[in-house]
Each structure stands twice: as structure tokens, then as C-alpha cells.
Write a protein that binds this ligand. Structure first.
Ligand SMILES: Cc1cc2nc3c(=O)[nH]c(=O)nc-3n(C[C@H](O)[C@H](O)[C@H](O)COP(=O)(O)OP(=O)(O)OC[C@H]3O[C@@H](n4cnc5c(N)ncnc54)[C@H](O)[C@@H]3O)c2cc1C
Length: 370
């Protein structure tokens, strides 16, 4: 019997498992293919803000708290695991091509500064001084010098190592049923074996509501939102920092890694559980990347893949207690799960230790859909 059983070892389940172990709980985390879901596909961008957050105070506060926590989370994880999490805090650059998009960036910058985020508006020339490979048509930009990106594959590997070092059990198995007897009691695995726990956290991304044994309405549907994402190889690197742009009304981001990888993301598609890569997806990403970085046509092709973002009914995270005692949810992080992993892990751990829900995550209670 363990204190906590976690179903799903994506970045959310893994971060929660690690922080629960740090807090002194015993943990078993179960996943047929740990770190293979959205968290494996993810670009790992950690921008300070986006335009959607400006009018969403609760989510903005959650994002800012996770941003505040990121560096210490990574430092503690690297110490615990002995591995790099691939974090870089060398800035996020937003660039714009039209006067309207430059004005929108200026407004975003003013809002960011009002919330204590350092950022500075740049002319097109200023952007190219920083990033000489940017297109001559870039008309302006916004630099957030304290923000950056993390390599989710390295982050997940470090989390798995830290969990094992702290004595957490990682079971490579599929959860077929959540065991409930008035309260959460554990999970059943595909081979019939049971894993007993005092509390159960469901963190299986867009597969969470499909776990067996859940009474109707306990877990709201988690919608898969397909993202196709491209990895190029740039040696020497074409970009020095994570860069976002709006191209013809929709966003693209380019994230350079230390090993020469350049990640170009991503499509947003409501396509159910389909994970095929398509010519249309590739064309969209390459077209946008070339608008931002005209020289990227000569780069090598490293990987083209997909991931399924977990979208809740209102596209906001679901963090906290369900109507079943001892059964908690940590999912629905949609397109910002890597960004929100530290604060989610801290909040769920606090709930597991004290039973109380931290103020910050109260708006994200799964019970809001009842
Ligand atoms: C293309 C793309 C780009 C993205 N870019 C960013 C970004 O730049 N920044 C950012 O913050 N976020 C980004 N995201 C979003 C982010 O990746 C997700 O929000 C986050 O990874 C969700 O993590 P998760 O642990 O909830 O889900 P997942 O990573 O999907 O993990 C769920 C896990 O549950 C497991 N599972 C499934 N069924 C079962 C079962 N029956 N039993 C046990 N386990 C099971 C799966 O194997 C999987 O490992 C991106 C997503 C995509 C797809």
C-alpha cells in the first residue's frame, strides 16, 4: 500500500510524483509508455505571457506563479536527478510583420510590464541585431529577457531519474480501472494486478476520462487537440533564443536547443485521437518558418511528429479533488502543460499532504463542471 498512485507519467504526473516524494509521501506512478504523450512532442516554450491570458486573471496568476517557480524547480530537479533539464532562460523574442501585429505586441508589452515582467519593445532592426537570421520584413518585436524554454524530453528524463532516486516506483503498465469503494483505493492494471494506494491522482492527459471504473461525471471529458511539430537541425544555429511570430494571422514558434535542434511548432487540429502527420501540416509549418527565418530552407530535417494536447471542456486545467474522496485530477493543461508543471505539482502535493486546496488553483477545481 502506497500513499499515492498516479495514473499517467507525462510531465504533469511525473512532476507531481517527484514533488510528492520530496514531501515525504510514498508514490507509485503507472504508465504503459512513460513520457510518450503530449509531453514528448512538446516544444517546451516558456513565454511570460500570451494575448489570451490578458483577460483571464486566474489563469494568468497560475502562469505567473509557475514562471516564478521554474528556475528553483529546475535547479532542485537537476540536483536530485544529476541530469540537465535543458532549461534556458536567455529570452523569448516575439516578432511581428504588420503594423497591426506590432501594435498588439506593444500592448502586450505594456500589460506585461504592469505585471512585473521585464520586456522591451524592439524595432525591426533591433530584432535583427539580436537575431541576424530573421527576415528583413520583420517590422518590430518584443523581447522578454528573463524567459525562455525547456527541453521537455530532458525534463521528463530528469523527473523519471529523480523519482527513482527518491524511491518512487515507476510501473510500466496500463491502468484499466480506477478502484473505488466509497473512496479511491488504487488502480487495476491490464494484467489484472492491483496497485493499492491511499489516494489516486489521474494525470493521463487526453486519455484520463477513458480510464475504467469511473462513475459518470466524475472526470469531465479531456479532448485531444492534435499538434504536428517539426524538428530541424541547424548547425551552426540560426537562432539564439526562443522566438514567436504571427504569420498571416496565426502563430508559429521556433525554439533552438543547445545541440543544434530547431523546433518549429505547431498545428492546432480537432481531429480526435488521430496522430498521423500530414503534408498540409508540414507545409504550414515550413511555410511559416521560412517567413520568419528565410535561411531555414537549407537546414536538415530531424523529425516530424504529433502530440495530443489535453483540452478540458473550457480549455482550462483541471487540478484538484473530485467528488470521490481521495481521487484527484491533474490534467487539461492544453497548450501550456510544460509551463504549468511546477505549479501543478506543488499544488497537487499540497492537497495530498494537507487535504486543502491552495487559493491559486481553486478556480481550476474539476468540480466546476458539475
Ligand atoms: C505539438 C505540441 C507542442 C506543445 N508545446 C508546448 C509548449 O511549447 N509549452 C507548453 O507549456 N506546452 C506545450 N504543449 C502542451 C503540453 O505538451 C501538454 O499540455 C502537456 O504535455 C500535458 O502533459 P500531461 O502529462 O497532462 O499529458 P501527456 O504528456 O499526454 O501524458 C499523459 C500520459 O498518460 C499515459 N496514459 C494514457 N493512458 C493511460 C493508462 N490507461 N494508464 C496509465 N497511463 C496512461 C500516456 O502514456 C502519457 O504518458 C505542446 C503540446 C503539443 C502536442
Amino acid at each position: 500500500m502506497t500513499d499515492v498512485v498516479i495514473a499517467g507519467a507525462g510531465v504533469i504526473g511525473l512532476a507531481t510524483a517527484w514533488q510528492s516524494l520530496v514531501a515525504g509521501l510514498t508514490v507509485t506512478i503507472v504508465d504503459p509508455a512513460p513520457a510518450s504523450g503530449a509531453s514528448h512532442a512538446s516544444a517546451g516554450m516558456l513565454p511570460p505571457l500570451n494575448e489570451l491570458l490578458v483577460n483571464d486573471e486566474p489563469l494568468l496568476r497560475l502562469c505567473l506563479a509557475s514562471r516564478e517557480r521554474y528556475r528553483s524547480f529546475v535547479a532542485e530537479l537537476e540536483e536530485d536527478s544529476g541530469m540537465s533539464a535543458g532549461f534556458r532562460g536567455d529570452g523569448v523574442l516575439d516578432v511581428a510583420f504588420t503594423a497591426g501585429d506590432v501594435a498588439a505586441l506593444d500592448a502586450l508589452g505594456r500589460f506585461a510590464r504592469s505585471r512585473g515582467i521585464r520586456c522591451e519593445p524592439l524595432s525591426g532592426e533591433g530584432c535583427r541585431d539580436l537575431e541576424p537570421s530573421l527576415a528583413p520584413s520583420v517590422a518590430g518585436g518584443l523581447l522578454a529577457p528573463d524567459d525562455g524554454a525547456v527541453n521537455p524530453r530532458q525534463l521528463n528524463a530528469a523527473l523519471l531519474a529523480a523519482i527513482r532516486r527518491r524511491g518512487g516506483e515507476v510501473r510500466q503498465a496500463e491502468v484499466t480501472e480506477v478502484l473505488l469503494g466509497g473512496r479511491a483505493e488504487g488502480v487495476r492494471l491490464r494484467d489484472g494486478e492491483t496497485v493499492r494506494g491511499d489516494r489516486v491522482v489521474l494525470a493521463a492527459g487526453c486519455w484520463t476520462h477513458r480510464l475504467g471504473g469511473l462513475p459518470a461525471g466524475t472526470v469531465p471529458e479531456v479532448r485531444p487537440v492534435k499538434g504536428q511539430i517539426l524538428r530541424l537541425h541547424a548547425d551552426p544555429p540560426l537562432l539564439g533564443r526562443a522566438t514567436r511570430a504571427t504569420v498571416d494571422g496565426s502563430a508559429v514558434y521556433l525554439v533552438p536547443r543547445g545541440d543544434g535542434e530547431l523546433v518549429v511548432g505547431a498545428t492546432y487540429e480537432e481531429a480526435g485521437y488521430d496522430t498521423t502527420t500530414t503534408v498540409a501540416g508540414l507545409t504550414e509549418l515550413l511555410g511559416k518558418a521560412q517567413r520568419v527565418l528565410p535561411g531555414c530552407g537549407r537546414l536538415g530535417f530531424a523529425e516530424f511528429g504529433t502530440g495530443l494536447r489535453p483540452g478540458s471542456p473550457d480549455d482550462q486545467p483541471m487540478i484538484g479533488h473530485t467528488a470521490v474522496p481521495g481521487l484527484l485530477l491533474a490534467t487539461g493543461h492544453f497548450r501550456i502543460g510544460v509551463q504549468l508543471a511546477p505549479i501543478t505539482a506543488d499544488a497537487v502535493t499540497a492537497m495530498l499532504v494537507t487535504g486543502d486546496t491552495p487559493e491559486l488553483v481553486k478556480p481550476f477545481s474539476p468540480l466546476r463542471f458539475r
